[in-house]
Write a protein that binds this ligand. Structure first.
Ligand code: BGC
Length: 794
């Protein structure tokens, strides 16, 4: 578990002030670098000790069999697992006769800093070798935002005592040995030696390794070169073997002298390109990085991030921990999406192998809502990737006897790879989530080319699925039976309210899209009758309600189920999925994560304020938050229902998920949905931002400890900044890339206002209605207090 003091509270940095070997695996995830294409865990330069070595390329995976004790029709036969690719981070150091290894000798100081504005991981160490020779080592690592295939490390050594002989061995290593996996479904399967060598080359200051996976048939190349600055007699040589290449740099350093090595790395992979083509590709990437040089790579990184923060930064006065955490979250969201270019965003980004590197609905419902308003082109790329997998989703629908497209619950390449139906394919809501992100993107950006090329088809094929999966009963009501909603402690239920309401939006969105683009619709063979059938299904959609209790039902019959005995459940029994059989969870009123409450966020237009308040109260008492995809949503709905301090507590929980390792598995990678969720808690929670049907609205209201909240959004190419204080809000508009008149109409607490670039608008915050009694959580599951009632906080 990460102690609260592991990373001191600083607004723009995540600083590990001392090295704690027990926390190596966690910090490797927290301090990981990525540009959405390459991901490097924060393994120490010298490779050992490590928690979990990890270098990843987005969508570079290997296939593995999915064995079943009892097979059944339609079960996916192959799994996909992210591969730990050739490690290019490795830089070993020999000081006189001793390898630099923090487990030996004396570590006088050790500091690592993830700099959220520079986009680098900096390390400063002072180490005394067992023989008594003291050295200072500094390394700065980056994964370039501006050159997608490139990572670089600047490594410097200087003696602090006498003259010293130093040798640097900088390597590329394939097929590293990985620790054995735990028996936890959230952990990845370990693939042994997944890479078959194809070619290795060494030349003076660098080398290259080319490998191929055995079954998925992907070929990858990793290449390195070095720019060395040292004393006159510095000797450089490189050797290469099938699984490793090593550049050795040796010199004698007098006091005051320094050896500086810039290691440039290039990665590439392909399922189609020939070996020579791939070899040339990484060679060219290295040449271009060399031409740019270290200083300009760093400058490019800074400029890229300056532009990002200009559009995306959030300012939170009054809670410095949340301030730091929300920037940390945004940084990881950006890292996961920045250069993904028609690739998915996995649940862990490229920070670890958790969940086998799979992408889930986390992307469309948690990560994309942030990217759409801060880095919209990255969001478009992910949806274009979904579109590129449509044929696979159509095949899957056909296998299941359905029409349209059944997108996979979990995948890397686009095939369904979930072997457990109830928390896999049955979670059909993934289709509506993709449709929702598609509609949200189109409405926020007005990207018509995207709508025509990608959007309409995604909406049509997902709508077709709902129409064939659901049915009208004899009274005409439309039902979607036998599906699993977001709450994975309920499965294969009827009329899951989240699924039904999201499907409703999907069906209507598709009908509107085909009306707007009849030519695209005709090419997809949509006729009047079909789109009318979508509207019918949408308008007659069942929404289960318990009249006696006066609350909605998460799914038909849910409120009749037996209650879970929370008082008899020990704190160590959470997460319940690791200590109880699923059948027992499925037949009781216990929610792993927000489900109906999530529906009230994204389909808030389908509930009255009174319904929201009553439902929130009811489901709070039954939600245990065994998934990290819950606290942010509970924060948003706590804020909307007037429980601002509770909302603040949940915000803290979402924001600190990885900085405090609160689910005890940050070692396998960061929880991207929850990190994105801290932005959602602030913007949709305290900012009250909603965009139902393309109408932008805000209902800001701050909890007592937050004195000011500023956030920015891109909307129709314009930049809107919202500055919230306890009694009033100011809306500022700035011109964006394609300013179209420089004014924006929005709703403020339900009242229309117009904001112009020429004049910010300041409006008061209306008094809140008397809040209902504070809801209760299951025994022992209340979030840690952060708000006004929090002891010891000022
Ligand atoms: C959650 C899912 C989520 C998955 C990946 C599970 O524990 O219940 O909603 O998609 O983790 O993050």
């Amino acid at each position: 578990m990460i102690r609260e003091s592991a990373y001191p509270c600083e607004p723009w940095r995540i600083r590990e002030a001392a090295l704690d070997l027990d926390l190596l695996a966690q910090s490797e995830s927290v301090l990981a670098l990525s540009n959405g294409h390459i991901g490097l865990r924060a393994n120490l330069d010298e490779g050992e000790p490590h928690g979990l070595p990890g270098s990843y390329l987005n969508s570079f995976y290997e296939l593995r069999p999915l064995p079943y004790a009892e097979a059944g029709y339609g079960y996916p036969e192959q799994g996909q697992t992210i591969v730990n690719v050739t490690n290019g981070k490795l830089i070993r150091l020999l000081v006189d006769d001793e390898p630099f290894d923090v487990r030996y000798g004396e570590v006088r100081s050790h500091e690592r800093v993830l700099d959220l504005r520079e986009g680098t991981l900096d390390r400063r160490v002072e180490w005394v070798s067992p023989a008594g020779q003291a050295v200072r080592v500094r390394s700065t690592r980056l994964v370039s935002f501006t050159q997608r295939a490139v990572a670089a490390i600047c490594y410097e050594v200087e003696p602090l005592g006498d003259e010293t002989r130093v040798v640097i061995q900088s390597g590329l290593v394939a097929n590293e040995e990985l620790p054995v996996t735990k028996k936890d479904p959230r952990v990845a399967a370990v693939l042994e030696e997944p890479l078959e060598p194809e070619q290795h080359l060494a030349n003076g200051a660098g080398g290259l390794l080319i490998h191929r996976t055995r079954t998925s048939g992907l070929r990858m190349a990793a290449a390195m070169t070095h720019v060395v600055e040292g004393p006159e007699r510095t000797v450089v040589s490189t050797e290469a073997f099938p699984d490793w290449a090593r550049t050795t740099i040796a010199c004698v350093l007098k006091p005051g002298e320094r050896l500086r090595v810039v290691k440039l790395l290039a990665y590439g992979f392909s399922s189609r390109r020939s070996l020579p083509a791939l070899r040339d590709q990484v060679g060219a990437a290295l040449a271009s990085a060399r031409l740019t040089g270290w200083d300009d790579l760093c400058r490019g990184q800074r400029e890229y991030l300056d532009a990002f923060w200009d559009a995306a930064d959030v300012r939170v006065d009054g809670d410095p921990e949340v301030q730091q955490a929300v920037r940390f979250g945004l940084f990881h969201v950006l890292q996961a999406g920045a250069r993904n270019e028609m690739r998915p965003i996995p649940a862990k980004g490229l920070t670890g192998p958790g969940y086998d590197g799979h992408v889930f609905w986390d992307t469309e419902m948690f990560v994309l809502p942030v990217l759409i308003y801060t880095q919209p082109q990255a969001a478009a790329q992910v949806l274009r990737w979904r579109h590129a997998t449509l044929d696979l989703a159509r095949d899957r629908a056909r296998t299941l006897g359905l029409r349209g497209a059944a997108f996979p619950w979990r995948t890397i390449r686009g095939h369904e790879t979930s072997g457990y139906w109830p928390a896999g394919t049955a979670a059909f809501h993934i289709g509506a989530d993709i449709a929702d992100a598609t509609l949200r993107y189109i409405r926020a950006t007005r990207d018509e080319a995207f709508e025509r090329e990608v959007g309409v088809e995604l909406l049509v094929e997902t709508a077709r699925l709902w129409r064939s999966l659901g049915h009208h009963d004899r009274h005409g009501a439309f039902h979607i039976d036998g599906v699993t909603g977001p709450d994975e402690y309920s499965a294969v239920a009827h009329d899951n309210i989240y699924t039904n309401l999201m499907a409703q939006r999907n069906l209507l969105g598709a009908a509107e899209a085909v009306a707007r683009h009849p030519d695209v619709a005709a090419a997809l063979e949509v006729d009047e009758e079909e789109s009318a059938s979508w509207r019918d299904a949408a308008t007659t959609m069942s929404v289960p309600y318990d009249d006696e209790l006066g609350v909605h039902q998460q799914s038909e019959g849910f409120t009749r189920f037996q209650e879970w005995d929370f008082d008899a459940t020990d704190p160590e029994q959470y997460p319940l999925l690791l200590t109880h059989p699923y059948f027992d969870l499925y037949r009781r009123q216990v929610c792993k994560q927000a489900d109906l409450v999530l529906a009230m966020h994204w389909r808030g237009d389908a509930f009255t304020p009174e319904q929201k308040a009553r439902n929130f109260h009811y489901y709070e008492a039954r939600t245990v938050r065994d998934s990290s995809l819950s606290s942010c949503t509970q924060s948003v709905m706590a804020a909307e229902t007037g429980h601002l301090e509770l909302a603040h507590d949940y915000l803290g929980e979402a924001a600190m998920t990885d900085l405090h390792d609160s689910h005890s598995n940050t070692s396998d990678g960061v929880h991207l949905a929850s990190l994105a969720g801290s932005w959602l808690s602030l913007v949709a929670g305290f900012g009250g931002m909603r965009d139902h049907d393309g109408v932008l609205s805000f209902a800001p209201r701050l909890p007592s400890r937050i004195a000011r909240l500023d956030f920015s959004l891109l909307w129709h190419g314009l930049r809107l900044r919202v500055s919230v204080r306890p009694d009033e809000v100011t809306y500022y508009l700035r011109e964006g890339d394609h300013d179209d008149g420089s004014q924006l109409e929005l709703l403020h607490h339900g009242a229309p206002i117009i904001v112009r670039t020429s004049a910010p608008v300041t409006v008061g915050i209306p008094p809140s209605r008397q809040p209902d009694p504070e809801p209760q959580q299951p025994a022992g599951r209340a979030p840690v207090r952060r708000g006004a009632a929090s002891p010891g906080l000022t």
